[in-house]
Design a protein around this ligand. Structure first.
Ligand code: NAD
Ligand code: COI
Length: 328
């Protein structure tokens, strides 16, 4: 049996090597992200493990099928960049890793919130300009005195709720499929938008969720609201966010998943820069904290992504079934 890993980063490589040595299964490591032009490098292998934010197209799945490869095991959670219909048509079965460390992403969302609520960007900006005095005039708020609205109360949302409750915050949850057996205080979306000082997004980037936070949603929010998105870029209408940052209605925004991330990441490989005026304007705003889709990025998460993804692939190859096969 032979496995190939695409999109292999240096921090993942030791875990892949260690797994291969432990199991005695041949595992080729390729750094390039998988696409229809380089999938030929998987010829002769039985399955692919992969990690990327750029699309997996129908053409890619057809080429996999032509090479006789039936299994793709992704190392991450989100499925929004996978053409599932294309995979199904080609007979390629997919698995993901739904829970490699929900806490890692939740902690990152809270980190962004803490940075914003204590105005760290503004403080830092003054200090970098040697304006010690100016840096002293940004009064913060205690998270424990705030109402936090968590949209999406799945694995990551619930981990975030636990942390925010640890600060003593009042937490409101919104989810069309409320979690069972929890004491989450569920409200409708409008109530959450109206009553929250901090809004934290943890919903999948399904097309139906695109721009769930649009201009009308911002209108409903409290003045000085803080909004954090570590879920998917399409959830927020970024132009509406920018308008509300400019007007001061939004006091701070934390964006790990940027709306134009996909095309920008592709541009990054080509041009070495984002070339995005919206990103550039937000980069200049001290009350915005941006990060390049790294909320997940902890040692625990990376190790689990590799281990769990390989376990799924072995499930497909040895038993015909993976624990985390994606069926819709
Ligand atoms: P999950 O499936 O456990 O939970 C998602 C929850 O969102 C579900 O309870 C679902 O009912 C709910 N939901 C769906 N649409 C909704 C809507 N319109 N309004 C409110 N709730 C809605 O998923 P999870 O593990 O908590 O992950 C959530 C998302 O986080 C993933 O889909 C992925 O996009 C993102 N993510 C980001 C990173 C990162 O590094 N930035 C890492 C992992 C996951
Ligand atoms: C996910 O697991 O869905 C993420 O967003 C992490 C990223 C490395 C793709």
């Amino acid at each position: 049996m032979k496995i190939v890993s695409f999109g292999t980063r240096p921090d993942e490589a030791p875990y892949l090597t260690e797994w291969s040595e432990r199991t005695g299964i041949e595992l080729k490591q390729i750094t390039a992200t998988l696409n229809e032009d380089n999938v030929d490098q998987a010829a002769g292998y039985d399955g692919i493990t992969c990690m990327q934010t750029v699309p997996y197209s129908a053409a890619l799945f057809q080429k996999m099928a032509d090479l006789g490869i039936k299994f793709l095991s992704i190392r991450n959670v989100g499925l929004d960049n996978i053409d599932m219909a294309g995979a199904k048509a080609a007979g390629v079965r997919i698995s993901n890793v739904p829970a490699y460390s929900p806490e890692a992403i939740a902690e990152f969302a809270v980190t962004m919130t803490m940075h914003l609520i204590r105005n760290m960007g503004q403080v830092e900006q003054h200090l970098r300009e040697n304006d010690y005095n100016g840096a002293m005039h940004y009064i913060g708020r205690n998270v424990g005195d705030c109402t936090v609205g968590v949209i999406g109360t799945g694995r990551i949302g619930r981990a975030a709720i636990q942390i925010f409750e640890g600060f003593g915050a009042k937490v409101l949850g919104y989810d069309p499929y409320p979690a069972k057996n929890t004491d989450i205080d569920y409200v409708d979306l409008d109530t959450l938008l109206r009553e929250s000082d901090i809004i934290d997004l943890h919903v999948p980037g399904l097309p139906s969720n695109t721009h769930m936070i649009d201009a009308a949603a911002f209108d409903k929010m409290k003045d000085r609201v803080i909004i954090v998105n570590t879920a998917r870029g399409n959830l927020i209408d970024t132009q509406a966010l920018l308008d509300n940052l400019r007007s001061g209605k939004v006091a701070g925004a934390g964006i790990d998943t940027f709306e134009y991330e996909e095309q920008d990441l592709l541009n990054l490989e080509q041009h070495g820069s984002f070339n995005d005026p919206v990103w550039d304007e937000m980069m200049q705003m001290p009350n915005v904290v941006l990060s390049p889709h790294i909320a997940y990025y902890t040692e625990t998460a990376v190790r689990n992504m590799v281990e769990f993804s390989l376990a799924n692939l072995m499930g497909f190859l040895e038993k015909g079934a993976a624990e985390n096969e994606v069926t819709k």
